[in-house]
Design a binder for this molecule. Sequence first.
Ligand SMILES: *Cc1c(COP(=O)(O)O)cnc(C)c1O
Length: 406
Amino acid sequence: MFDVQKVRADFPILKQEVNGKPLVYFDNGATSQTPQQVIDTIVDYYSRYNANIHRGVHTLSQLATDAYEIARNKIQHHFNAKHSYEIILTSGTTESINLVANGFASILQKGDEIIVSALEHHSNIVPWQMLCEHTGAVLKVIPMSVEGELLMEAYDDLLSNKTKLVFCNHISNALGTINPIEYIIQKAHEVGAAVLIDGAQACPHLKPDVQALDVDFYVASAHKMCGPTGVGMLYGKEEWLRKLPPYKGGGEMIATVSFEKTTYADLPHKFEAGTPNICGGIAFGAAVDYMNHIGFDAIAKQEQELLEYGTQKLHEIEGVTIYGPSDLTRKASVISFNIEGIHPYDIGTIIDKLGIAVRTGHHCAQPIMDFFKIPGTIRASFAFYNTKEEIDIFVEAVKKAKLMLS
Ligand SMILES: *Cc1c(COP(=O)(O)O)cnc(C)c1O
């Protein structure tokens, strides 16, 4: 049985007061909170076996190396990758995407096409623009509906034998839309294109199976799924990872070095130059354990209830517009909204004084805001450790802010 109060007890940060009020943390889309189990893993690493990995014969180095590789295996099993060396540990989603973009610079030719979705995070737009400038490839965009859903007929029309790469997020961070990635992957493969899915916003809510999806690349950040910042992963199919050139040069990524010729290390080390975020990687493994211990069925159920309750409550406020799919089974527990005549920033500032953390602004997704012709939204994003009582406090605070501002 899922007991939210019991789960909340795992998160020390949730017990505190902010501006004299109990913290209501609804900014999980930006970063999630960290359970004691993950904090303990970090403390344990620095207290007991902090050492560089893969480099020393000494005991601490071996302990650290083992723990790091065990974490990689946990991540492999979580995403159901076929081999552990198909999991590249990176500094996060942004670096993972850049790694792939950099690799495709040597594959793409002038006139090739890259398709991205209109629902992208900036980190999923800029690397492709840079890649297009560099290679002469052309960027195409899958448009979306007024409900913030990608238009699959338009996508079908964009695909051709010129398409080499398709990029899409699994779940939109700005609107919460769950994108039809199975369809997107299948159709891209029909024209021989590779697909990279940005799972940064999906992994807190569900457990992707990269083999069932048959996806070529899948990326995520630990800090959105109960882990620390500064670590994330790239899953790549073995054949792709062998084909792509290394991203960074340095220690750990080489097999032999001479001034005439350097040979690269095998996977995954080919893509892991320099000393990685060792503690972060180990803690990422602990975060994956923690989320699986809570269970993704329980997580989905709790979050869907919060989404339905929060949506209904917010609609009771006059002048509220909620962006994204109205069919709540097609979105994650994210409510992006505005109140007529009031700037989102002003609401965010007032409710912060009442202890409530939400995100206001363009959510690193300026093109989506331009589409709706708004400066930004207020985004409340719920995690499994949030409660209906917190939603009540939040809605009361929004009402109060609205009264003060109108
Ligand atoms: C947060 C986020 C990113 C960026 O993740 P970083 O951890 O900052 O690299 C990319 N895409 C989506 C959809 C996100 O939500």
